[in-house]
Design a protein around this ligand. Structure first.
Ligand SMILES: N[C@@H](CCC(=O)N[C@@H](CS)C(=O)NCC(=O)O)C(=O)O
Length: 236
């Protein structure tokens, strides 16, 4: 019996879901895209992901969720080139270390900066974000242009959705990574990422994304992520 096509439960606005979407496209997987509203925790949706979050990859009738796990799963279940994670165990571990850095040190200050309403909290988040982007930059392969070298891979995909939507922080917080020597390699990275065909394919209308982001910038977004930021808790 032929196994069904993998399904990707995604949403046009979700940077976490875009990680899985970009991975599917980069690997050339033949998949079915399903636009899912993750905020309506219907029984049907919770049966697909008990955490109720997108993305979810359903493959051979089983659900894989958590965006970083989805990237790894997609790479392993469709092991053809290009590999998203390096084969060498040390290089693989290093990719995971920097993917973890993105999750813990880049994504949270991004949302703190966008959601927090006091000048002091925004300044703290801005400084944290800049400091951490610098550390991320200094760990990049010197030649690049991607994080680990010539090809788009796991670490790039982990941060790409915030890179190609950097206009959100520009629009709402007048924030840009400075065009200085120390961030030069970062700009080379972001240009390569933003121009990659898989990234171009998932990009959404800028005005639509800005409108969706407005409640975040005004501090009243209703989502598990926004709640976590408001309560200074770990992101869902
Ligand atoms: N840790 C999760 C986070 C995913 C996530 O927060 N997705 C959001 C949409 S961007 C969601 O499903 N939110 C549903 C909610 O807040 O109820 C992952 O990396 O996959």
């Amino acid at each position: 019996m032929a196994l069904s096509k993998p399904k990707l439960y995604c949403a046009w606005f979700c940077p976490f879901a875009h990680r899985a979407w970009i991975s599917m496209l980069t690997k050339g997987v033949d998949f079915e895209y399903i636009e899912q509203d993750p905020y309506n925790k219907s029984a049907d949706w919770l049966a697909i992901n008990p955490r109720g979050l997108i993305p979810v990859v359903v493959h051979n009738g089983r659900s894989i969720y958590e965006s970083h796990v989805c990237i790894e799963y997609i790479d392993e279940a469709w092991p053809s080139e290009p590999r998203l994670l390096p084969r060498d165990p040390y290089d693989r571990a290093r990719a995971r270390i920097w993917g973890d850095f993105v999750a813990k040190k880049l994504v949270p200050p991004h949302y703190q900066f966008l959601l927090k309403q006091s000048q002091e909290e925004q300044d703290d988040a801005r400084n944290q974000l800049l400091t951490n982007i610098l550390e991320f930059t200094q760990a990049m392969d010197p030649e690049g242009p991607f994080f680990l070298g010539k090809n788009l891979g796991y670490v790039d995909i982990m941060f790409a959705p915030w890179s190609y939507r950097s206009y959100i922080l520009k629009h709402y917080r007048d924030f840009e990574v400075p065009n200085t020597e120390e961030y030069k390699r970062f700009h080379i990275w972001s240009k390569a990422v933003n121009n990659h065909p898989s990234i171009k394919a998932v990009e959404q209308d800028k005005e639509k994304v800005l409108a969706f982001s407005r409640p975040y910038a005004e501090g009243n977004a209703k989502s598990e992520l926004a709640d976590a930021i408001r309560k200074n808790k770990v992101l869902p």
